[in-house]
Design a protein. Structure first.
Length: 263
């Protein structure tokens, strides 16, 4: 019996030591978290994490006529110039940075963009400029090809229809769905887009130059780490990054538009 008592006593001491270590670790973590600095304006917590709580909306089958009708209705009659949507003289500019394969950018394009276009762009108060930012597209070659595919649609003033269609039919992250067949199918989805001309435009030196300029402008925004990202301000003036926003309502965007109009 004596050896058994010694074994029990030893096990009890080990258990108590482990409990003490657990308490000390919990206190240490509590103190460390309380001293953590607040999130910066460009932090993941304040800008993008809200998107993660939203379930991915269903992706329709390619060539769904309801998609092309919906997309065309959003942008019909609104002037476009390459990546710029809306009146060039609009008093407010919003710059939208997004990767065509980013699921969070897709949520914005489907849920909020049509509303903002209807309320603010269509009446000439806001113009939106799109910048392609590599975030979710893993393969650099794929990113470059899809970048040309999106920008080339702007040569026929159809960039926003092409981009919106891309988001509507977007495939799963980190897969190779975005291939040449996918890009061409999207082009055929856009009403009024000359697919043969679009193919030729993707291969011209002019588009290589435009893509280089586009990338240089994106590179200047080094403080932006995640997509989608939004810069809003008076046209011709400084643009400020929109930090706190969600996909469920447009209030943060509209407040920023009002502030820019009063600047």
């Amino acid at each position: 019996m004596q050896p058994i008592r010694k074994l029990v006593s030893k096990n009890t001491r080990v258990f108590l030591h482990l409990c003490l270590l657990g308490v000390l670790l919990a206190v240490f973590l509590m103190v460390s978290s309380s001293g953590r600095p607040p999130a910066t304006p460009s932090s993941y917590e304040t800008s993008v994490s809200a998107f993660r709580v939203h379930e991915r909306t269903a992706v329709p089958a390619m060539a769904d006529p309801a998609v092309s009708r919906s997309v065309e209705a959003i942008f019909a009659g609104i002037p476009q110039h390459h990546a710029l949507l809306g009146d060039p003289d609009a008093p407010v500019t919003m710059r939208f940075l997004g990767d065509p394969e980013c699921p969070q950018a897709r949520q914005f394009a489907i849920r909020l963009l049509p509303l903002l276009v209807r309320r603010w762009v269509r009446d000439g108060r806001v113009r939106i400029e799109y910048l392609v930012e590599q975030a979710e597209t893993v393969w650099p070659r794929t990113y470059r090809i899809q970048q040309f595919a999106v920008l080339a649609a702007g040569g026929q003033r159809k960039l926003w229809q092409y981009l919106e269609s891309f988001y509507r039919y977007q495939g799963p992250e980190y897969t190779r769905y975005a291939d040449e067949r996918f890009f061409r199918d999207l082009a055929e989805e856009v009403p009024g887009l000359d697919v043969s001309a679009w193919i030729r435009e993707r291969r011209t030196a002019d588009w290589l130059h435009l893509a280089a300029v586009h990338e240089m402008r994106v590179a200047q925004l080094r403080h932006i780490e995640y997509t989608p990202a939004f810069l809003i301000g008076p046209t011709g003036g400084p643009l400020k990054q929109l930090v706190d926003f969600t996909l469920t309502e447009p209030l943060a965007f509209e407040a920023a538009f009002e502030e820019a109009m009063g600047a």
